[in-house]
Unconditional design. Structure first.
Length: 78
């Protein structure tokens, strides 16, 4: 029984460590992306037709807000 409990505890710890690593990676990516959006550089995306189109001010603001949400949740403690 103790071995099963120890194995379960080790598995839970490994899962928590994996989740923490994913959050740290998401945090880093979101901070980099937000820095790009905040820099004022024109950002282009490829649409469904494969054409490059630049983001409007509204789309840029929406993406900045989304990235800030990721930073707020995943960057706690960093």
């Amino acid at each position: 029984k103790r071995q099963a409990e120890a194995a379960e505890l080790a598995k839970r710890k490994a899962d928590e460590d994996k989740l923490a690593a994913l959050r740290a990676e998401n945090c880093t990516r979101a901070k980099r992306s937000k820095a790009s959006y905040d820099s004022g550089v024109r950002i282009a995306q490829v649409n469904e037709k494969g054409e490059r189109e630049f983001l409007s001010d509204e789309a840029r603001a929406a993406e900045t807000k989304r990235l800030q949400g990721i930073i707020d949740t995943d960057c706690k403690g960093s």
